[in-house]
Write a protein that binds this ligand. Structure first.
Ligand code: GLN
Ligand code: ZN
Length: 770
């Protein structure tokens, strides 16, 4: 019998119950027993739901109070010294240790042992998803010790409820790979031999609880791995070979490629692969994985919201069934953590659109249908589901709300000249300087001003129908006036309107484009209690009318200074949405680019002299495998240039990127050919500028002089120090002075105080250097 299993289910709850409980607990409005019971209820509900959907082996260990990697750090006793004051009397972690590691701890809340605040562990992206994990911190003398009982307790909990479970743990190599060596530098791999006995212990304990299978996630097998890490795989799994339990190694987010030989030869009982991301690996797997092992095929996409094309998914399964027979398992491509929870709750989607979608709960059903289709092809349930699936595919292929001939024709007509400014930067910048008449070291901000409670309340009231559209409009205009006034008083050179009218830099534009749809409850965990609700790209994208021109024109009318128009770029729009699967990312990016290009041109026609096109997600779009970088960078750069190239030379195009790891993509950043780029540099102490220097970045740069992620107000001297470093690497006439990201999450007083210092720093630079 082919078996249906699931790599993991979203923990947050269909109603974001976990988010709400966590936040109430942190505020002190909910006690720990109540929080624990919310967790227990969610786990029980999720197991039942998966079982009802027809999943045979249920995951345990996919629940986490904050993040699954953090749970592992607690399990292994990888708890940085600075949290020693938040443990129990035996020095073991408690729930508040976990939260302190995730969120930082103030001395007030945990009696911090040094009497100072303990900063949280670093958050970083989980592979190429928008989920963020807490980076384990290793020291050279790192000691591992089984320190956290959660997994075993949850196995007992599930068993007591009568479920057959498969515990899920992150494998030793992936866990080490995700962490960071702290203190004197050393190779993390040296820790492997000390870590493996803990895995042995865990497997032994699980076996004692009556478990048969364990899923060991090693997603790094889909990355380009250094040779010593490949070797370590063999060593690690040989050493775990004689520990009890059948081990299923799970890989996802890409193909095994050069690691395939290694993966199929590991001494384990089964291998899971992601056939959604890498369908091309199937023949090699069928050829090389011994048939006494289990082959688990991830055929239902765990990372998107589209209903599975059952017919297409079954093809690969049938082929595999010929060889693997009962040793074939069916699963989602990866954990369903990255999908929203339950489509049934969407009461405001029209029936047609709803019939095209599947969230986690529906995906479990699809997994089970596909396994039944192998075991009992004639079953009525299978016949019905396949008939429905065929109808859905057909309706999508023909739907006029997806396929728009005008949009396609316009994309087809794109020529290389469309992504080419009229003249080269050297000529453009002279025209721009003459027109803009800015001082040396011009000051500006990244776009948003503080989103105050009253702004959010106004928007909420308007959406609930309690505030009329006119009143909302007036309230936002008042906010714009306030932002413009503030900037004039501060003495900034290039002003922004402050983005008061925007809820989110992607959603705001998505709502105005044709081809997007929105769910009401499609939340996906981003980190901890934070969830995002990405917009869904349903069909060909276009801009029915101008999106920002009225606001920006109004802002410009309030001042004689230059007002910068503010847009979100195509790559960022795409990365932070659920994309289509029936056309490539490149096509979607080009459609978005044309829509944004029209907006840039409209802003220019309205007299706006500078337009910023934010590409916050440009770097994160990089594929996991290096071999795929060029293809991505080519279309991503082209999409940006398409947006930027519809205007005259004297119109200045800015872009903004809020991160600092540029070294590997600097040539592509330069190829975007924005006249000015603003970047994050303050946290890395201008280190990033090394990349700009080594590569000889040709255009203007605004290296962020202060970190907006913290309420701290840096003084003028601090900003001067950073700018003086910048001046050593980049010619002064090409430097701008600005914060390192938008100010929307900050409060007004600290923002204004920091900007006063920033303007003063720029003035001093002018006096000293210009
Ligand atoms: N213009 C946006 C803002 O200022 C940019 C945000 C971002 O890069 N994440 O908020
Ligand atoms: Zn930013």
């Amino acid at each position: 019998m082919a078996l249906a299993h699931n790599l993991g289910f979203p923990r947050i709850g269909a109603d974001r119950e976990l988010k709400k409980a966590l936040e109430a607990y942190w505020k002190g409005d909910l006690d720990q027993a109540a929080l624990q019971s919310v967790g227990r209820e969610l786990r029980a509900a999720h197991w039942q739901l998966q079982k009802d959907a027809g999943i045979d082996l249920l995951p345990v260990g996919d629940f986490a109070w904050y993040d699954q990697v953090l749970t592992h750090s607690l399990t292994f006793g990888v708890i940085p010294e600075r949290f020693a004051g938040v443990t129990n009397e035996k020095g073991l972690p408690i729930l508040d240790t976990l939260f302190a590691m995730a969120r930082g701890a103030s001395s007030a809340c945990c009696g911090g042992n040094h009497g100072t605040a303990q900063y949280a562990q670093e958050l970083t992206k989980w592979f190429d998803t928008n989920y963020h994990y807490l980076v384990p911190e290793f020291t050279r003398d790192q000691h591992f010790k089984l320190s956290w009982e959660q997994l075993f307790e949850e196995v007992d909990e599930a068993t007591a409820l009568g479920y057959t479970v498969k515990p899920v743990i992150i494998g030793p190599l992936t866990y080490l790979w995700l962490g960071k060596a702290k203190g004197d530098s050393f190779d993390k791999l040296e820790l492997l031999d000390r870590l493996l006995p803990i895995y042995g212990e865990i497997l032994g304990r699980l076996a004692g609880q009556g478990v048969e299978w364990v899923q060991i996630d090693e997603p790094i097998l889909s990355l380009d791995l250094p040779q010593d890490w490949k070797n370590a795989f063999e060593r690690a799994y040989h050493s775990l070979q004689y520990s009890p339990l059948k081990k299923l190694i799970a890989t996802y987010f890409g193909g095994l490629e050069d690691n395939l030989g290694l993966a199929v030869a590991l001494p384990v009982a089964g291998l899971h692969v992601d056939l959604v991301r890498a369908p091309e690996q199937l023949p090699a797997l069928l050829d090389r994985l011994p048939t006494y092992k289990v082959l688990s095929l991830g055929v239902v996409n765990g990372r998107n919201v589209w209903r599975c094309d059952l017919e297409a998914a079954r093809e690969g399964l049938l082929e595999a069934q010929l060889r693997f027979a009962d040793n074939l398992w069916v699963a989602g491509s990866c954990s369903l953590l990255h999908s929203p929870v339950d489509l049934e709750r969407e009461d405001q989607l029209d029936a047609e659109l709803k019939s095209w979608l599947a969230f986690a709960k529906q995906k479990c059903n699809e997994i089970s249908i596909l396994s039944t289709a192998l075991n009992d092809p004639q079953a009525e349930r299978v016949q019905t589901a396949f008939a429905e699936s065929r109808a859905v595919q057909l309706s999508r292929q023909q739907s006029p709300r997806i396929h728009k001939p005008e949009v396609q024709a316009r994309v087809a007509a794109i020529t290389p000249a469309d992504s080419q400014r009229q003249s080269a930067f050297a000529e453009r910048i002279d025209l721009q300087r003459a027109r803009l008449n800015l001082p040396a070291f011009p000051t500006t901000t990244i776009g948003s001003f503080p989103q105050t409670a009253s702004i959010r309340l106004a928007r909420q009231s308007w959406k609930q129908g309690k505030l009329s559209a006119n009143d909302y409009h007036d309230a936002m205009r008042a906010e714009i006036r306030h932002a413009v006034n503030t900037q004039e008083l501060l003495g900034l050179d290039v002003l922004v309107h402050g983005e008061a009218e925007r809820n989110d830099m992607v959603e705001y534009f998505a709502e105005q484009l044709d081809g997007y749809a929105f769910s009401r409850f499609g939340w996906v965990q981003s980190y901890g209690s934070r969830c995002v609700k990405p917009a869904v790209i349903v069909g060909d994208l276009s801009r029915p009318q101008a999106m920002t021109v009225d606001w920006i024109e109004y802002a410009q009318s309030l001042t004689d200074k230059v007002m910068k128009g503010m847009l979100t770029g195509p790559v960022t729009m795409l990365m932070w949405s659920f994309p289509r699967e029936d056309v490539s990312r490149k096509v979607q990016a080009r459609q978005l680019a044309l829509a944004i290009r029209d907006e840039v041109v409209d802003l220019e026609s309205a007299g706006i002299k500078i337009v910023q096109i934010d590409e916050a997600a440009f770097r994160e779009g990089l594929p996991l495998r290096r071999a795929q970088w060029t293809e991505y960078l080519d279309w991503a750069v082209e999409a940006f240039r398409l947006c930027a190239s519809g205007v005259r030379d004297e119109t200045q195009i800015h872009t903004h990127m809020c991160y600092s790891e540029f070294n590997e993509v600097i040539a592509s950043i330069a190829a975007m050919d924005a006249d000015v780029i603003t970047v994050e540099t303050s946290r890395s102490d201008m280190e990033l500028l090394e990349a700009f220097k080594a590569f000889d970045y040709p255009n203007d740069i605004g290296p962020g002089v202060y970190d907006i992620h913290s309420p701290r107000v840096p003084d003028k001297a601090e900003m001067m120090t950073l700018m003086n470093k910048a001046v050593q690497r980049i010619p002064a006439e090409r430097l701008w002075v600005n914060p390192d990201c938008g100010l929307k999450t900050r409060a007004r007083p600290e923002t204004e105080a920091a900007l006063v210092n920033m303007v003063a720093a720029a003035r001093q630079l002018r006096a000293e250097l210009a």
